[in-house]
Design a protein around this ligand. Structure first.
Ligand SMILES: Nc1ncnc2c1ncn2[C@@H]1O[C@H](COP(=O)(O)OP(=O)(O)O)[C@@H](O)[C@H]1O
Ligand SMILES: [Mg+2]
Length: 234
């Protein structure tokens, strides 16, 4: 008769900045270590963050992960490569007038598109105005060249991307990046979708680094919940 209430865990969008001592922030640091040291053969410079479906936490996790890299001394740039539903500029309270779309289209200069030091050690490129053809833009030679140029300046490039099952964008970027992370909403995402998304990512040249379980319910999910998304304790 009564619908079971689902309460989302209490995460701040810039958790690692605003609550550095929380359990969630600690989990971001663990994730950072895992990303950096999972692969001994490939140098993890360009990392895409994706999920099977929308709203699983890609943008939240990519922002916090990018900041965690800066906190370990890595010069990092976060790129909002989700030109379908860009939100990263809101996380950093920036405008989204000049960004990736018009940068790759050659309408703006790199120096004008980079937002410097949005957090200490972190630069940021927003998605830019929503273009009609995001996949084409991401798959262009100009995009490859942009990443090559950024690699000479930054230690780590984190790319926030659209859901892998919805559009080709993250697979395109998955063939330009070194590693990929699959964010899974532990409450709502169906197992089959995760399996499909994993299969799509495994087709890419980027190494699938792992799954980030987000927004799990402590009671329902037993031991896994603490991997990411636990309610703050500190
Ligand atoms: N673990 C979490 N607990 C509570 N809210 C979350 C959690 N992860 C993400 N959110 C919220 O859910 C919404 C969607 O997250 P977002 O990171 O934008 O997802 P995506 O980029 O995959 O679409 C945002 O409002 C975000 O603040
Ligand atoms: Mg997003």
């Amino acid at each position: 008769m009564f619908k079971k209430k689902t309460r989302r865990n209490n995460i701040n969008q810039l958790e690692i900045v605003n609550r550095p001592k929380s359990v969630i922030s600690e989990q971001f640091r663990t994730l950072r270590t895992n990303v950096l040291f999972t692969s001994s053969d490939v140098h993890m410079k360009k990392i895409i963050v994706t999920s099977s479906e929308p709203s699983e936490g890609k943008s939240t996790i990519s922002a916090n992960l990018a900041i965690s890299f800066t906190q370990a001394g890595y010069k990092t740039i976060l790129i909002d490569a989700d030109m379908r539903k860009p939100t990263q500029h809101k996380v950093f309270e920036m405008m989204n007038v000049k960004g990736l779309s018009n940068l790759v289209a050659g309408q703006v200069q790199l120096v004008d598109a980079i937002n410097k030091e949005v957090q200490p050690g972190l630069d940021f490129i927003s998605a830019g105005p929503i273009p009609p053809n995001p996949a084409e833009i991401l798959g262009s030679t100009a995009m490859t060249k942009l990443l090559e140029e950024l690699e000479t300046v930054y230690d780590i490039i984190v790319l926030d991307t659209p859901p892998v099952l919805a559009v080709a964008d993250s697979q395109i970027l998955g063939n330009m990046a070194d590693g990929s992370l699959l964010v899974v909403n532990g409450r709502k995402t169906h197992r089959d979708k995760v399996i499909d998304a994993k299969a799509q990512l495994e087709k890419c040249t980027a190494k699938l680094l792992g799954v980030v379980l987000n927004d799990l319910n402590k009671k329902d999910d037993g031991e896994y919940y603490y991997y990411y998304g636990e309610k703050e304790k500190n």
